[in-house]
Design a protein around this ligand. Structure first.
Ligand SMILES: Nc1nc2c(ncn2[C@@H]2O[C@H](COP(=O)(O)OP(=O)(O)OP(=O)(O)O)[C@@H](O)[C@H]2O)c(=O)[nH]1
Ligand SMILES: [Mg+2]
Length: 472
C-alpha cells in the first residue's frame, strides 16, 4: 500500500514554510486539522484549488492561519493525492503541524521520496527525476539549462530513438533466425551494419558530451600550484572574492587542498588551492604535497604561481614537479607580487620559466602569451587571468535544445552500451550467427533502459534518491 508521507519542503528561515503531504490519506488527514474560513471541507473541494483557513490542534486551539492547496492524483507531482500547507515559517508552527500529521498515521518522507513516487507512478522517467535534483542544485545559467533540457525529456527522447533503432536491428536479426532452417539470409548485413554505425555515432556523441556536462555541473577544475609562499592562497581568495584560505608569510601555511567555486561569464570554475611545493621533513606537509600532485592530475587547467623573490633552484624544483603533470592541460604561468618587484627581475624570471617549460614541459598546452605578471594581493592583471580561464575552459555555450550528458550513472551506462554495439558490429563483420549477435543487442537495450529506469534495482533507486533533499 502507498502510505501517506509528509515533509517540510522549505528551509528554515524566511517568512513562509511549505509542508508537503502525499498519499492515499493526504486529503483526509489534513482535513482533520484544517478548518476552512469559508465553504466546504477539504475533502469536498475541487482539485488544484487553494483554501484559506486555520490549522487547529489540541482540542481546537488555533495554531496558524494557512493556505492549503489540494492536488488530487493522478494530476499531481507524485501522481498520488497531494496537499501543500503554506504556513508561517516559525519552527514551532511547522514542528507542531508535522507532529499533528504524524499522530494521525502519516510518515515522515525520506529524501527524494516525493520524486521517487512520481517515478514509480510513471509521471517521469528516471533521468528526468534525476534532472529535478540537478535543477535544484543549479548555480549558473549553463547548469540550469542542462538540467532543464533533461527535465523536459530531451535526453529521454534521444534514448527512445536509439532504442527503437536497436529494436529494429533485433527484429531484422530475429527474422533471419526464424528462417535459418531454410538457409535464407533475410537481413541484409550491410544494412544492419549501417544501422549499427548510426547507433554508434549517436552514443559516442552522447558519451563524449559528458566531459562538457560534468564541467558545467561540477565546475571546471583549476589547480593553483607553486612553491610555498608564492601567494596561491591569496590568489584563491582574490578569485573567489572572499577570505576562504588562510594567508600568511610563513612557508607551508596551506597543507591540505582548499576548494572554492565561482562562476565567470556563465562558466562555473572549481578552484583548488594546494600545499606549496618544497623539500620538507614535515610528514603532514609532505602528505599535502602529494595531494597537490594528485589534484593536478585531475584538473584540466593549472595555474603555476611563481614568487619572483625565489631563488632559481626553488623555481626549478617546482617546475620539475609541476610540468610533467601538466601534459595536455592548459597552463598559465603567473609571476606574482608584481606590485613589489622591479621590472628587470620580472623579465629575468620570465626568461627562466620559458626555459624550464622547454626543458620539463613536454606536451603542455602553453604558449608565451600564457605567462604574465600579476599581483594577487593588489588584484593586478586578474582580469587577464579571467579571460584566460574562460578561453581555456572549452565549455561551449549551451543552447536550450542541446542534449548533454551530465550524470556519471548515465555516462557509464552509455559506455557499456557502446561496447555492446561495437561487439555487434564486430560479430556482423565476422559473419557470426544472428543469435550470437543479438545477445549483445539485448545487452545494449538493457543498458539504455537502465538510464530511464526501466531496469533498476531497489539499491540503485535508493542511491539515486538518497542524494535528493527532504521534501522533494
Ligand atoms: N606584495 C605582495 N605580497 C603578496 C602577494 N600575494 C601574496 N602575497 C604575500 O605572500 C605571502 C604568502 O601568501 P600565501 O597566499 O599564504 O602563499 P601560499 O602560496 O598560499 O603559501 P603556502 O600556503 O605556504 O604554500 C603572504 O604574506 C601574502 O600576503 C602580492 O601580490 N603582492
Ligand atoms: Mg597557501
Amino acid at each position: 500500500m502507498n502510505d501517506t508521507i509528509c515533509a517540510l519542503a522549505t528551509p528554515q528561515g524566511g517568512a513562509i514554510s511549505v509542508i508537503r503531504i502525499s498519499g492515499e490519506k493526504a486529503v483526509e488527514t489534513v482535513s482533520a486539522i484544517f478548518k476552512p474560513r469559508k465553504g466546504v471541507c477539504l475533502e469536498e473541494r475541487r482539485s488544484h484549488t487553494v483554501a484559506f483557513g486555520d490549522i487547529c490542534i489540541n482540542d481546537g486551539e488555533v495554531l496558524d492561519e494557512v493556505l492549503v492547496t489540494v492536488m488530487r492524483g493522478p494530476h499531481s507531482y507524485t501522481g498520488d493525492d497531494s496537499v501543500e500547507i503554506s504556513c508561517h515559517a516559525s519552527p514551532y508552527i511547522t514542528q507542531q503541524i508535522i507532529i499533528a500529521l504524524l499522530d494521525r498515521g502519516v510518515r515522515q518522507a525520506e529524501p527524494g521520496e516525493f520524486t521517487m513516487r512520481a517515478f514509480l507512478n510513471g509521471k517521469m522517467d528516471l533521468s528526468r527525476a534525476e534532472a529535478v535534483a540537478d535543477l535544484i542544485a543549479s548555480t549558473s545559467r549553463a547548469s540550469h539549462r542542462l538540467a532543464m533540457n533533461q527535465l523536459k525529456g530531451g535526453f529521454s527522447n534521444e534514448l527512445g530513438k536509439l532504442r527503437d533503432k536497436i529494436l529494429k536491428l533485433t527484429t531484422l536479426l530475429e527474422l533471419e533466425l526464424d528462417f535459418s532452417e531454410e538457409d535464407v539470409t533475410f537481413a541484409d548485413r550491410a544494412e544492419l551494419l549501417q544501422i549499427c554505425d548510426e547507433v554508434d555515432s549517436v552514443i559516442s556523441r552522447l558519451s563524449a558530451s559528458f566531459s562538457v556536462g560534468n564541467a558545467v555541473k561540477n565546475g571546471v577544475p583549476v589547480a593553483i600550484v607553486g612553491e610555498t609562499n608564492a601567494g596561491k592562497s591569496t590568489l584563491l581568495n582574490a578569485l573567489l572574492k572572499e577570505e576562504r584560505a588562510i594567508v600568511s608569510d610563513i612557508s607551508g601555511t596551506t597543507r591540505d587542498t582548499i576548494e572554492g567555486m565561482m562562476t565567470l561569464r556563465g562558466i562555473t570554475f572549481r578552484f583548488i588551492d594546494t600545499a606549496g611545493l618544497r623539500e620538507t621533513d614535515d610528514v603532514i606537509e609532505r602528505m599535502g604535497i602529494e595531494r597537490t600532485v594528485e589534484q593536478l592530475k585531475k584538473t584540466s587547467i593549472a595555474l603555476w604561481l611563481i614568487d619572483p623573490a625565489a631563488e632559481y633552484c626553488q623555481v626549478e624544483e617546482a617546475a620539475k614537479r609541476i610540468l610533467p603533470e601538466c601534459k595536455e592541460k592548459k597552463l598559465a604561468i603567473l609571476i606574482n607580487k608584481c606590485d613589489v618587484t622591479r621590472q628587470e627581475r620580472i623579465s629575468e624570471v620570465i626568461k627562466w620559466s620559458r626555459a624550464l617549460v622547454a626543458e620539463y614541459g613536454e606536451e603542455v598546452e602553453w604558449s608565451d602569451s600564457d605567462m604574465w605578471a600579476i599581483s594577487a594581493r593588489q588584484g593586478i592583471n586578474i582580469d587577464r587571468l579571467e579571460d584566460f580561464l574562460v578561453q581555456s575552459s572549452a565549455v561551449p555555450a549551451i543552447s536550450s535544445s542541446d542534449v548533454i550528458v551530465t550524470n556519471v550513472r548515465h555516462y557509464e551506462a552509455l559506455v557499456r552500451a557502446l561496447q555492446n554495439i561495437r561487439d555487434v558490429k564486430a560479430g556482423l563483420m565476422m559473419g557470426l550467427s544472428g543469435d550470437l549477435v543479438s545477445e549483445h543487442l539485448r545487452a545494449a537495450i538493457n543498458n539504455l533502459s537502465e538510464i530511464i529506469g526501466e531496469m533498476t534495482t531497489d539499491e540503485v533507486l535508493g542511491n539515486i534518491f538518497a542524494n535528493f533533499c527532504i521534501g522533494k
